[in-house]
Design a protein around this ligand. Structure first.
Ligand code: PAD
Ligand code: ZN
Length: 341
């Protein structure tokens, strides 16, 4: 099969012919129909997040069709559409049983430690394939697996309450979905911050109350101005830069909650005394749980979450490096870029 392979840090992926692995008794062979490019893939290719072993096939946001099933599989059949979960939890340890399978003791990551979805086929344990209703496209199914479910987990971590004000920093493939997700969680006012006017206007169309171009306006001042000088109840950072992490911290009111989601590329200096004396709750959000994927699929299926504008670019797998460059350079206002084998 054709696959895009990582060999060396800061080098393009190589399109190669590699054999696919036959599925074991508990596994599936999935014909990949769409795979999203996430900024986390760029972090891994840059050496910020380590791959388990190399060479490896990256890609952790995939959807496709079950092509072959292992001898013990009963809940899925050949021809079923599935979303692949890159959070490969064991299902048996204490965190898994308690519903926090993103903190599994034996966690492995598809596309980082196991060959992923930038390929024609992926072989995965069946418990990491979640049935996708035929009414949802493969492109939308693919991005559900990371870009859409990540903000849902972040909102659950923060415990966003109905009627609250929420500030979202970063409106890329992941952060843009936090706008609609805030509405679903009942937010009354949403501040959307980015440096791209196109992403800000998309956020507005999804229900952002105020948009702020961080390269032209002071985000904290504007958020305070529209919250009677106090700040937002909740802030989320979906970029991973100290400057925007600090802005998020300073944009919430006393007693507010800040949730960091963007993978940090540099350390952050935190004024702990400021947090403590203002009782600001600092939280972090890592990936998602299986139940949250089911919840997102239901929201899309019932029309409460609109993913029709989420995929901005669709490229053949052979052009995956072009997609990676577009995302890295943030040119052409990419939301999610999807590759199709
Ligand atoms: P992306 O590149 O699509 O989006 C980043 C956005 O940030 C873009 O819209 C930029 O315009 C915007 N931006 C950049 N600099 C600034 C700035 N100074 N001020 C305001 N906006 C700015 O990335 P993504 O959405 O794929 O991923 C975002 C981060 O989230 C990235 O670090 C990724 O690794 C991380 C991530 N974390 C998890 C998790 O579970 N914690 C899961 C998935 C992705
Ligand atoms: Zn991702």
């Amino acid at each position: 099969m054709k696959a895009a392979r990582f060999h060396e840090v800061k080098k393009p992926l190589r399109i190669e012919d590699v054999p696919f692995r036959e599925p074991g008794p508990e596994e599936l062979l999935v014909r990949i129909r769409a795979s999203g490019i996430c900024h986390s893939d760029l972090h891994a290719m840059d050496g910020v997040i380590p791959y388990g072993s190399t060479p490896i096939t990256p890609g952790h946001e995939g959807a496709g069709v079950v092509e072959k099933i292992g001898a013990n599989i009963q809940d899925l059949k050949v021809g079923d559409h599935v979303v692949l979960r890159f959070v490969m939890s064991c299902g048996a340890c204490a965190p898994c049983v308690q519903g926090t399978d993103n903190l599994c003791k034996k966690l492995r990551f598809l596309g980082f430690e196991e060959n992923g979805t930038f390929a024609e086929y992926a072989t995965v344990p069946s418990r990491h394939a979640i049935q996708l209703p035929n009414s949802i496209s493969f492109e939308q199914g693919a991005i559900i697996g990371c870009a859409v479910v990540t903000p849902m987990h972040a909102m659950n971590i923060a415990r966003v309450r109905p009627g609250s004000s929420v500030a979202i920093f970063g409106l890329g493939g992941v952060g843009i979905h936090a706008i609609q997700m805030s509405k679903i969680f009942g937010a009354a006012e949403i501040f959307a911050v980015d440096i791209s006017d196109a992403k800000l206007s998309l956020a507005k169309s999804f229900g952002a109350t105020y948009t702020i171009n961080g390269s032209k306006e002071e985000a904290i001042d504007k958020i305070k101005r529209f919250t009677d000088g106090t700040g937002a109840d909740f802030a989320f950072e979906f970029i991973g830069l100290p400057i925007t992490q600090t802005q998020a911290i300073n944009s919430v009111k006393r007693g507010g909650t800040v949730t960091l989601v963007g993978i940090p590329r540099q350390p952050l200096n935190i004024d702990l005394k400021y947090l403590l004396t203002n009782e600001i709750q600092l939280r972090t959000s890592f990936d998602h749980t299986r139940a949250e994927v089911d919840d997102v699929i239901s929201l899309v299926e019932t029309g409460r979450l609109d993913l029709s504008k989420s995929v901005s670019h669709k490229l053949p797998l052979e052009k995956v490096n072009e997609g990676i460059d577009i995302l890295r350079n943030n040119t052409g206002d990419p939301i999610r870029i999807v590759v199709v084998p």
